[in-house]
Design a protein around this ligand. Structure first.
Ligand code: P6P
Length: 346
């Protein structure tokens, strides 16, 4: 009987655990604590994936009836995802403080015997309103060291600029479930093989294209965009085949899904200030900063429209920020239009 060569093929892939062990001395050269933290995050990701894949069958749609700190109706899956990540990080003992979109205050991990020295800020399930219509959603996480000048795990120790991140990543629950992360040494993507319950290294050393043919924005907010952005959008829609225009709009209302497609194929995601969200809609600490770390490590850019996102000094855990993120040349063009340096005849 022929051996099942699928198993042979699967065996050819490096698992996330093997990859983490190989790389563990890049972040935490002494104890392997960072490796164990990443393992804890991957365990929670597998559990959330398990819930997600059953969502169509059991009643995990709908809302809990709670209103979360953002004033948004909390989806059942938001609460489940939050619970799984908090439980995995508390059990793992490497994390001393969690900041979550689903919780108004930072959550200290008071595990008696833990010497956890990592802070994890996260959106346990971004875009959850898409779940019941089967659109991909994601988890986003950002990792910091507990600062030496703030040895107590409090909110102040979490409010660090994005340039201080020691790790960042996302989990995309899509046609397959992927975990993509960076520790500052490039970006690597792992695809979950449910038949063996392992994340396999399927996308080593991800690099994003210099430019792309897609842009992502909710044009329903057009009236509230500043003039430079309105001109930029019209410029992208002009029929100039010699300069690859018009571009295509791809916007599915799920940041992680839009971001991942643009990362892989080239593109620009924009969520600017609007009348409804004057500071932008996305949160600096656990959405913009982690994906900014990833995109920069893949050769891309992430801007508030005026400055580098990762240099913004935070003052609140849930603060929002305008986001222009993706292929470097596309972000630079957006910034130039916003500065008034480019116009429709450019
Ligand atoms: P709008 C989901 O709520 C989210 O935070 C992102 O995932 C998504 O890109 C954006 O908001 C969608 O917002 O205002 O276009 O519906």
């Amino acid at each position: 009987m022929q051996p099942d060569n699928r198993l042979e093929e699967i065996g050819a892939f490096k698992t996330l655990e093997q990859f983490i062990i190989e790389r563990q001395f890049s972040v935490d050269s002494s104890t392997g604590a960072f490796s164990r933290l990443l393992r804890d995050i991957s365990v929670a990701a597998k559990l959330v994936n398990w819930h997600m894949r059953r969502a169509g069958i059991i009643d995990v749609f709908g809302s809990t009836g709670e209103i979360n700190v953002q004033g948004e109706v909390q989806a059942v899956m938001d609460a489940l995802a939050h619970k799984e990540f908090v439980r995995a990080l508390r059990r793992g003992g490497e994390c001393c403080l969690i900041g979550s979109e689903e919780h108004s205050e930072a959550i200290p991990m008071k595990a008696s015997d833990s010497e956890g020295k990592y802070i994890v800020l996260m959106d346990p399930l971004d875009g959850s309103s898409n779940i019941e219509v089967n659109v991909s959603v994601g988890t986003i996480f950002s990792i910091y060291h507990l600062p030496e000048d703030h040895p107590e795990p409090t909110l102040e120790s979490a409010l660090q600029p994005g340039v201080n991140q020691v790790g960042a990543g996302y989990v995309l629950y899509g046609s397959s479930t992927m975990l993509v992360y960076t520790t500052g040494e490039g970006v690597n993507g792992f695809t979950l093989d449910p038949s063996i319950g392992e994340f396999l290294l399927t996308h080593p050393d991800i690099r994003t294209p210099e430019t792309g043919s897609m842009y992502s924005i909710n044009e329903g907010n057009y009236e509230s965009f500043e003039i430079g952005l309105k001109k930029h959008i019209k410029w992208m829609q002009q029929e100039r085949s010699d300069s690859g225009r018009p571009l295509s709009t791809r916007y599915i209302g799920s940041f992680v899904a839009d971001f991942h497609r643009n990362l892989m194929k080239g593109g620009l995601y924009m969520y600017p200030a609007t009348h409804k969200n004057p500071a932008g809609k996305l949160r600096l600490m656990y959405e913009a900063n982690p994906l900014a770390f990833i995109v920069e490590q893949a050769g891309g850019k992430a801007s508030t429209g005026i400055r580098r996102i990762m240099e913004v000094e935070p003052d609140k855990l849930h603060q929002r920020i305008p986001v222009y993120i993706g292929s470097p040349k596309m972000v630079e063009t957006a910034e130039a239009f916003l500065r008034g340096e480019l116009d429709l005849d450019s």
